[in-house]
Design a protein around this ligand. Sequence first.
Ligand code: NAP
Length: 186
Amino acid sequence: MPRVIYNTATTLNGFLADDQDSLSWLFVVRGAEEAESGFSGFLKGIGVLVMGSTTYEWILEHENLAEHPEKWPYDDIASFVLSSRRLPEIPGADVRFRRGGIDEMWSELTDAAGDRDIWLVGGGDLVGQFAEAGHLDEIRVSVAPVTLTSGKPLLPRRLESDRLTLESVKQAGQFAELVYTVRSAS
Ligand SMILES: NC(=O)c1ccc[n+]([C@@H]2O[C@H](COP(=O)([O-])OP(=O)(O)OC[C@H]3O[C@@H](n4cnc5c(N)ncnc54)[C@H](OP(=O)(O)O)[C@@H]3O)[C@@H](O)[C@H]2O)c1
């Protein structure tokens, strides 16, 4: 069974993006290259990724994929985008649009992942849907030295310390990389 891993950068006070979905605060943090080098190793173990529509639309715009579809960064990974809307496709990319509950799509996700893991890209509510369905095994956060007054939340669910175990702590430039395993609700 693949492991389901939420891997993301976050502000110190738990935001993925600001209210305008901007990540400008993230790209100026020193040491991003160090954090990125560990990330390429992580990606090798990933067979499926799942993201919500805001995140997908951010990548479309940020990479200008309408004009440069070859810049889709996740070539070898079956990419599931959750949305109730019809979104632009990317020629040549393995992007699969789905909607509905996690249980309904679970067997398709595990089949597509094969012997590799599932990466939850975000956002936070999507990860919460996986947690509620009992399909969240690990949280890996790179905490940036930034606070914001408001924005898109890291994980807007209540998971207390009986369910989260801190497995490792590492410094990468100005980022603190924390890895937690998640225990299912009993
Ligand atoms: N800091 C980082 O490293 C990092 C990582 C990831 C994301 N981000 C950023 O954080 C922000 C996250 O945005 P967000 O919180 O709005 O989350 P999101 O998960 O990207 O998008 C949420 C939207 O996805 C659709 N959706 C979610 N679950 C669904 C389901 N089960 N079935 C059908 N549709 C579903 C819904 O929109 P529709 O149905 O209307 O399409 C929902 O409003 C983005 O700006 C992203 O770029 C940052």
